[in-house]
Design a protein around this ligand. Structure first.
Ligand code: URP
Ligand code: ZN
Ligand code: ZN
Length: 460
């Protein structure tokens, strides 16, 4: 047996098992897992004694190099995937946007151009659809054949992305034939718009009003409506960035009825709350994203939802805008603050810390919500999302005991603040491999822009 790389003595963790074993890598794939694999023909031996050997994290919700709110998200595919690697994430699924009047193919081509020479690790795309006629419904099938097997629809952002129920229903029905997954931004955009206009008329322009004008009921109603639309269409549905107990109850009830309903939450909803928006001056703008932060008590409900498999995935919704110059565009009018926050680098450590180290769920559940289920739901399994013979050698040697205090001073995201500034996590990646290549070794980055490949994903 020969290996390019042999990882020895670590505790291999999958969604179901944890055991001490060596992991052999050859040609970018895992080719052997076993006790005391032969070292003599290994190009490189990495000692993982006392460490966890995890499948590389999969973040299925990122917005790199995305024009939004009059500016562009601050990380591109190079800086974003590099920061992701430092945090133990080796695969992302980003969103290619179809603007009104465009074909879906135009969106796909535009995002391929942004990614292909820059991404340091593998990536796929969902397609955001904003404009659907018969031609685009037909085109969905083509994109699915080309590996773009999920589509994001919006029930919010009227006049920009928002779609009416009939159109959503048509798209959902199309997925019953082509095997794709609809990812839903579930908020009642029409109602929110009325509340927003009233707040502005009353002179309520500070960042906090972004959150106060988007009630949890607007999220719960849209969550419930989207589930009903999916049920009537006979399609599965994946609710993105779920923030609160009111919406979680709708998902829980649907899953209890056996419907193929899945939902993700994000670290910001698990660790931050409305209180963060009381930061002095204009600093609350750092926490302006959509849906917004909620009252603190929701956090425990979300953690419990993850532990009980009511929530299936933790993604980041990484959509970074610098505080200076970008977030500041909304001084004096919260509706002009670019919506989004940075988090691609912090997800694995935050979820490990708050989930496993805090005793809320097992290390296997951690792997499941950060890698295995994302891979299964989005057509990447078993190539990605597990440690198995034949899988891509996307591997993280993870020090479950190492503590780290998150700060914009030390993070690798191209953004001038951290949403999680000052939070100390337990558990950090030591070494990160993507298809057998070491991307990160401690503080050293060894990857190359353009080394990542487009992932042609399968259907469910
Ligand atoms: O505020 C957010 N979440 N920005 C990104 C766009 C979206 O809705 O996911
Ligand atoms: Zn969204
Ligand atoms: Zn998003």
């Amino acid at each position: 047996m020969r290996f390019d790389t042999l990882i020895v003595n670590g505790t291999v963790v999958t969604a179901t098992d944890s055991y001490v074993a060596d992991v052999g890598i050859e040609g970018g794939k895992i080719t052997a897992i076993g006790a005391a694999l032969p070292r003599e023909n290994a190009g490189k031996v990495l000692d993982a004694a006392g460490k966890l050997v995890l499948p590389g994290g999969i973040d299925v919700h990122t917005h790199l190099d995305m024009p939004f709110g009059g500016t562009t998200s601050a990380d591109d595919f190079e800086t974003g995937t590099r920061a992701a690697a430092f945090g133990g994430t080796t695969t992302i699924i980003d969103f290619a946007i179809q603007y009104k009047g465009q074909t879906l193919r135009t969106a796909f081509d535009a995002w391929m151009k942004k990614a292909e020479s820059k991404a340091v690790s593998d990536y796929g795309f969902h397609c955001i659809i904003t404009d659907v006629g018969a031609a685009q419904l037909e085109e969905m099938n083509e994109l699915v054949r080309d590996g773009v097997t999920s589509f994001k629809l919006f029930m919010a952002y009227p006049g920009v992305f928002m779609m009416d129920d009939a159109t959503i229903f048509r798209v959902l029905r199309q997925t019953t034939k082509n095997g794709a997954m609809v990812c839903m931004h579930a908020e009642n955009g029409g109602v929110i718009d009325v509340i927003v206009q009233q707040a502005l008329a009353e002179g309520k322009t500070a960042p906090k009003y972004h959150a106060l004008t988007r009630p949890t009921t607007a999220e719960a109603e849209a969550t419930s409506r989207s589930i009903a639309l999916a049920e009537m269409a006979g399609a599965p549905i994946y609710i993105v960035h779920l923030t609160c107990n009111d919406a979680l109850e709708k998902v829980r009830e649907a899953r209890d009825r056996g419907l193929p309903v899945y939902a993700e939450t994000c670290p910001q909803y698990l660790f931050l709350s409305l209180e963060n928006m009381d930061a002095p001056g204009f600093e609350g703008a750092k926490y302006v994203f959509t849906p917004p932060l909620r009252e603190k008590w929701n956090q425990d409900r979300l953690w419990n939802g993850l532990a009980k498999d009511q929530l299936s995935v933790v993604s980041t919704d990484h959509c970074p805008f610098c505080f200076k110059e970008q977030k500041e565009m909304g001084k004096g009018d919260f509706t002009k603050i670019p919506n989004g926050g940075p988090g691609i680098e912090n997800r694995m450590s935050l979820v490990y810390s708050g989930g496993v180290a805090a005793g809320r769920f097992s290390v296997n559940r951690f792997v499941e919500v950060t890698a295995t289920t994302p891979a299964k739901l989005f057509g990447l399994y078993p190539r990605k999302g597990t440690i198995a013979v034949g899988s891509d050698a996307d591997v993280v040697i993870f020090d479950a005991k190492r503590k780290h205090t998150i700060s914009a001073k030390t993070h690798h995201m191209r953004v001038d603040y951290s949403m999680f500034e000052g939070i100390t996590v337990t558990g950090m990646p030591d070494v990160v491999l993507s298809r057998g290549r070491v991307l990160v070794d401690g503080e050293k980055f060894l990857g190359k822009p353009g080394a990542g490949s487009f992932l042609k994903r399968g259907t469910r």
